[in-house]
Design a protein around this ligand. Structure first.
Ligand SMILES: [Cu+2]
Length: 65
């Protein structure tokens, strides 16, 4: 299943890696694509959307509803 998130607060490669890492803690096999300029994060995962969004938010980045 593909989930698309609008994530606020990512500014650099470190942020990108932090978000990818957070998603992989929910699903080690997740395919994560981050577009820094737009804040769009596309996740290919069978885990529920809310679990992935929560993991990103716990890392300190806001996920738009
Ligand atoms: Cu950063």
């Amino acid at each position: 299943m593909q989930h698309t998130f609008q994530v606020q607060g990512m500014t650099c490669g470190h942020c990108e890696r932090a978000v990818v890492h957070a998603v992989r803690e929910v699903d080690t096999d997740a395919v994560v694509k981050v577009d820094l300029p737009t804040g769009q994060v596309v996740v290919e995962s069978d885990q529920p959307r809310d679990a992935i969004a929560n993991a990103i938010q716990e890392e300190g980045y806001k996920v738009a509803a």
